[in-house]
Design a protein around this ligand. Structure first.
Ligand SMILES: NC(=O)C1=CN([C@@H]2O[C@H](COP(=O)(O)OP(=O)(O)OC[C@H]3O[C@@H](n4cnc5c(N)ncnc54)[C@H](OP(=O)(O)O)[C@@H]3O)[C@@H](O)[C@H]2O)C=CC1
Ligand SMILES: CC(=O)N[C@@H](CCC(=O)OP(=O)(O)O)C(=O)O
Length: 344
């Protein structure tokens, strides 16, 4: 059994980790922290977990108890893992961070987008970006994993086959992305209220969103050169889900894009390339650790439209984090993650 600790167990990604790990045959959650709910039984806060975590209660973060775990997940706001990851690594505990603390390779770039100095630049070199479809071999050897963000997961998986094959004009890529409201976290905020978000939809952060440098970093690696990317996120009236509509211009019209995508993801357990002409729905991945993709070439011209959907809390966060755990500990990558999406 892999002994698991979770720092920040009361947010949406924390409770989603608990839900997924409840079905995991080889991982056991032994520590879960919350400063505000310390002492409260997990199932008293989250009744969906009644019967799964008897005896497990929230506790204040403590390096001694966390350091006794094999692996610790951080499901915390940005900056928290900076402060604690180093001590845990020194104690021999592996770290899987769901926040953005170790996603960007450049500490100055991180400081610019996250509005505070990077708290652990000395750890950046060894941090592995936890997108298994790209970095599976590095994840196997890692001590510190940065789980990709939700928009970056859907967007990179949609663009990768085109960029790796050198088939897209990299100067003009467009990612038009929609997110459900749970992407904003569980914290109380006027912008997340039901009356503010239902029956309405809006774009935000058009001038620049903090996921832009993360997506650009991944696409640059795939293309082997700088990319010009326009990324526009939208808030939509659903709870879970990301829908990315991606646009690129192909430089060679003769290539069979459907075959290219199918081949790229043929051995990936959590990427589903749909038949030509399909329109993936976010509800088809709700609760599932799946990125479902369809590739289109309208009017057979040189424009490619890729549709990519995920559940922001699963393949976009906690599911991907568990997938990383499985790879890291040499387990079957699908453990705890094989359930289908919930439809309707
Ligand atoms: N929501 C989503 O779809 C996605 C979220 N993420 C990222 O995952 C992380 C978690 O997000 P989310 O689940 O929404 O929850 P929150 O960002 O709301 O995090 C809340 C948790 O962190 C704990 N926490 C807060 N401050 C500290 C601190 N200084 N030290 C220790 N614990 C702290 C809180 O408990 P307490 O204050 O009681 O200690 C609580 O359990 C964030 O970085 C988010 O950006 C990533 C991908 C998708
Ligand atoms: C709808 C919504 O507000 N989404 C969040 C992004 C999701 C998230 O949690 O960001 P990380 O993946 O970097 O942690 C936002 O735009 O700030």
């Amino acid at each position: 059994m892999v002994k698991v600790g979770i720092v920040g167990g009361t947010g949406y990604t924390g409770v989603e980790l608990l839900r997924l790990l409840a079905q995991h045959p080889q991982a056991e959650v032994v520590v879960i922290t919350s400063r505000s709910e310390a002492g409260l039984a997990v199932a008293d806060m989250y009744p969906n977990l009644r019967g799964h975590y008897d005896g497990l209660a929230f506790s204040v973060p403590d390096i001694k108890t966390l350091g006794a775990c094999d692996v610790v997940f951080f499901a915390t706001p940005h900056g928290v893992a900076h402060a604690l990851a180093g001590e845990l690594l020194a104690a021999g505990t592996k770290v899987i961070d769901l926040s953005a603390d170790f996603r960007l390779q450049d500490a100055d770039e991180w400081a610019k987008w996250y509005g505070q100095p990077h708290g652990a630049p000395q750890l950046l070199e060894e941090a592995v970006y936890g997108l298994p479809e790209v970095n599976r071999e590095q994840i196997k050897q890692a001590r510190l994993i940065a789980v990709p963000g939700c928009y970056p997961t859907a967007t990179q998986l949609g663009f990768l086959p085109l960029l790796e094959a050198g088939l897209a004009d990299t100067t003009r890529l467009i990612a038009d992305c929609k997110s459900g409201v749970s992407g904003a976290g569980r914290g109380a905020a006027v912008g997340s209220l039901y009356a503010e978000t239902s029956e309405s939809m809006k774009a935000y952060a058009v001038k620049g969103h903090r996921h832009l440098p993360e997506i650009r970093q991944g696409l640059r690696r795939a293309a082997g050169k700088d990319v010009g990317l326009t990324f526009v996120p939208h808030l939509t009236p659903m709870i879970r889900g990301i829908h990315s509509t991606l646009y690129a211009t192909v430089v060679d019209r003769s290539v069979d894009l459907q075959a290219l995508f199918e081949k790229r993801y043929a051995n990936e357990p959590f990427v589903d390339v749909m038949p030509a002409g399909s329109h993936p729905e976010t509800r088809s991945v709700r609760g599932a650790n799946v990125c479902r993709i369809a590739v289109h070439r309208p009017q057979d011209g040189d424009l490619v439209v890729v549709l990519s959907v995920i559940d922001n809390l699963v393949k976009g966060a906690s599911g991907q984090a568990v997938q990383n755990l499985n790879i890291l500990f040499g387990l079957d990558e699908r453990l705890g993650l094989s359930h289908a999406g919930m439809l309707p």
